[in-house]
Design a protein. Structure first.
Length: 201
């Protein structure tokens, strides 16, 4: 499996409020979509994608805006790749469709999405904390770098091939919600607000 970890800056004196946007998966075609996405103004959408059968990244768009790839990691054995994308919306969004274009047409693929309010709107990704790892444990872990400020919002995401269960750390809460609809391209994970400028596992 691959474990990918990303951190976003939180606006001063603001509590992050995450919300699950759902998930989708398929085993055919050139794209994977997540429909009916709604977000309030001033929100960050973060999407986890797992594409089986490649170590190349795809692209993600809402039809107007292209999402930024925060990080990616090949799954143990190079049988697939986990990818985290994000985009900050200054205005509210209504019934948009997220479309992931696969690296290779026909591959099995899954995605899960969430949004959060309270994230900094300018240069929100704390690149000092981006980290990734591979492994075969059902209790995967990766240790972040040290945040450049206190109260960062950290996402721990897991991309799995061939196993439908794993143990989530007590200090991380959903979303992401586990999507095991495609056994070769499972996605899951969690998020938390970090109270200080310390590395997180």
């Amino acid at each position: 499996m691959a474990i990918v970890d990303n951190t976003w800056y939180v606006n001063s004196n603001t509590t992050v409020a995450p919300f699950d946007l759902g998930s989708s998966s398929n085993a055919a075609g050139a794209t994977l979509t997540l429909t009916g996405v709604y977000t309030p103004a001033a929100s960050m959408v973060v999407v986890l994608v797992n594409e089986f059968g490649t170590t190349s990244t795809g692209t993600l768009s809402d039809g107007t805006n292209t999402y930024t790839l925060a990080t990616s990691k090949a799954i143990n054995g190079s049988v697939g790749i986990g990818q985290i994308f994000y985009f900050y919306y200054s205005g509210a969004q209504s019934n948009i469709t997220l479309t992931f274009t696969k690296a290779t047409t026909g591959h099995t693929c899954s995605m899960a999405a969430q949004y959060a309010t309270g994230i900094a709107s300018s240069s929100p990704l704390d690149t000092a904390v981006t980290a990734s790892a591979q492994g075969t444990s059902t209790a995967p872990s990766v240790t972040s770098g040290t945040p450049t400020q206190a109260n960062d919002w950290i996402i721990g995401a897991v991309a799995v091939s061939g196993a439908s269960t794993y143990t989530q750390a007590n200090n991380f809460a959903v979303p992401f919600v586990l999507n095991s609809g495609q056994a070769n391209a499972i996605v899951a994970g969690g998020q938390q607000n970090v109270g200080g400028s310390i590395a997180t596992t």
